[in-house]
Design a protein around this ligand. Structure first.
Ligand code: NOJ
Length: 536
């Protein structure tokens, strides 16, 4: 198998509005990110996935783009962007841009022209119908919005300010490839591709994901933009199975490097119910089955996994599956050890490396996210109590992951000098912050740093096969092995002791969040114990 830089890389996701504010307006920006590159270099990451920084009216925080080749004023300008690419590069860090090409903003020049002039070439860049059908938007309500001027409806699978692009239009497709090349020429390291599995949609047949032409489009995109360049591309694909993931990520297919699959995240929700009906208790046996499937079915050379617990759309993993009290640090390390030693490219979401948690939101007025606000409005209209709605948002709402990064114990956790920040700072910043983490050699930060470095140093993390081991329900244990060497990873995913016994003849501790005695005794795991050992 041909090796690429992203096989040994760990990627760090930055949500620009919340990372670091350099100009005191309460919103993060590009100069803020530049000022924190030394910190990211210390963590050891190879690339930054930057959530959108393009020009945008910010209806969905930049996932509604009005100009793909300009930077939003709140973040800086193109020279700041070029400086970020260059400064990151000097520290061995690549920039992965977020490519949002399922839709644009309704303020994009293409849509403005399409709307104002139904006879323009741009009209067909979007999807217009005389009658709506029952397709619904991810952000509540119908996916069709009536345009008075032309007396037609346009499709928006997200907010009505995010009209869907019509990928059947060849001119449009080539305009997008030109834009991709504009960014490739700036020296970036690749793209994270937003809801990429929606590109082949057939709205008249109510088909959203995995439409028949999806892979043709991706192959064409590859041919005109990515071919011959060693870029990382990761597609956001909520509906992927291992079979589908292979179509995207098998190198012979010439589409993408890897996809984000969300099957494990599915355990946070009731099946076939709205996402707001969450399940807090982690079903460990189900989690084991899911990871086992992905680890064994995406064989080396046939496809590649991405590994993540968090992103800007998900709750903080410690708040839903970890422990935010007594075992906060230990559970954070345990979850990291479990994930980062599997096969795939790991992603760290900003603040995960210091154990940040969900925010104690108490009222709707503290929220920003369009998805949560639309949900609350709809649920209130249906007569649901605000208490229940707030409980759901406190656990599952996207703003939890988006509160400002906690740097130190100063005003606004050192994120901004402004009197008001765009989302409130989590009050636990006095305890949970970067300064504290970096000064404490036993902190979560150093567990992540070690995992990031292991990935660069140990080729078995790429090559070794995966075998799930039979254990107590709440214990997740697996073996990674090649012809020459074998490693055992054991994690107690619970607040209770678990009995445990595996025939280990261990040679060396690779990483652990517990005492060596636990490994030697080999019969009982304390809450959230986790370790990896090289075995004979
Ligand atoms: C997925 C992104 O991660 C999310 O934040 C966004 O709202 C939707 N796609 C629409 O772009």
């Amino acid at each position: 198998m041909e090796k690429h830089w992203w096989h040994t890389a760990t990627i760090y996701q930055i949500y620009p509005k919340s990372f670091m504010d350099s100009n005191g307006d309460g919103v993060g920006d590009l100069q803020g990110i530049i000022s924190k590159l030394d910190y990211l270099e210390k963590l050891g990451i190879t690339a930054i996935w930057l959530s959108p920084v393009y020009q945008s009216p910010m209806d969905d925080n930049g996932y509604d783009i009005s100009d793909y080749e300009a930077i939003a004023d709140i973040f800086g300008d193109m020279s700041d962007m070029e400086e970020l690419i260059e400064q990151a590069h000097q520290r061995g860090i690549k920039i992965i841009m977020d490519l949002v090409v399922n839709h644009t903003s309704d303020e994009h020049a293409w849509f403005v022209e399409a709307k104002n002039n139904p006879h323009s070439e741009k009209r067909d860049f979007y999807i217009w119908r005389n009658e709506p059908n029952e397709l619904v938007s991810t952000f509540s309500g119908s996916a069709w919005e009536f345009d008075e001027q032309s007396q037609q409806y346009y499709l928006h699978l997200f907010s009505k300010k995010q009209p869907d692009l019509n990928w059947e239009n060849e001119v449009l497709r080539h305009k997008i490839y030109e834009m991709i090349n504009f960014w490739v020429d700036k020296g970036i390291g690749g793209f994270r591709m937003d809801v990429i599995d929606l590109l082949g949609k057939l709205p008249d047949q109510l088909i959203k994901e995995n439409g028949p032409k999806l892979h043709d489009y991706l192959k064409e995109m590859h041919q005109y933009t990515l071919a011959g360049k060693d870029l990382l591309t990761v597609g956001e694909t909520w509906g992927a199975t291992p079979e589908i993931a292979k179509r995207y990520s098998n190198p012979d297919e010439k589409e993408l490097s890897m996809v984000f699959q969300f099957e494990h995240i599915g355990l946070q929700h009731k099946e076939n119910r709205p996402k707001w009906e969450y399940i807090k208790e982690l079903d460990v046996p189900a989690l084991k089955m899911i990871f086992n499937k992905w680890q064994t079915e995406l064989k080396l050379g046939e496809g590649w996994n991405s590994l993540f617990w968090n992103n800007h759309d998900l709750p903080r993993v410690l708040s839903i599956w970890g422990n935010t009290g007594e075992y906060r640090e230990k559970s954070a390390k345990a979850l990291a050890i479990l994930l980062h030693l599997m096969r795939g490219t790991p992603y760290i979401y900003q603040g995960e490396e210091i154990g940040m948690t969900n925010y104690p939101f108490e009222s709707l007025s503290e929220l920003d996210d369009i998805e949560s606000l639309n949900y609350a409005k709809e649920a209130l209209d249906l007569g649901q109590s605000e208490a229940v709605i707030m409980d759901n948002i406190r656990m599952i709402g996207r703003d939890n992951a988006r509160t400002p990064m906690q740097w130190n114990t100063e005003k606004n956790a050192g994120f901004s000098t402004s009197d008001e920040t765009w989302l409130p700072v989590n009050p636990n910043f006095t305890l949970i912050n970067v300064e504290e983490a970096v000064s404490n050699p036993n902190s979560i930060f150093y567990t992540y740093q070690k995992l990031v470095n292991l990935r660069k140093e140990k080729s078995w993390l790429i090559d070794a096969d995966f075998e799930l081991l039979e254990t107590e329900d709440k214990v997740f244990a697996y073996r990674r092995y090649t012809d020459e060497e074998s490693y055992l990873v054991v994690v107690n995913l619970s607040d209770e002791e678990q009995s445990f016994s595996i025939d280990v003849d261990y040679i060396e501790i690779i990483i652990s969040n517990t005492d060596e005695a636990v490994i030697i005794n080999n019969h009982c795991l304390a809450p959230w114990d986790a370790f990896c050992v090289k075995i004979r």
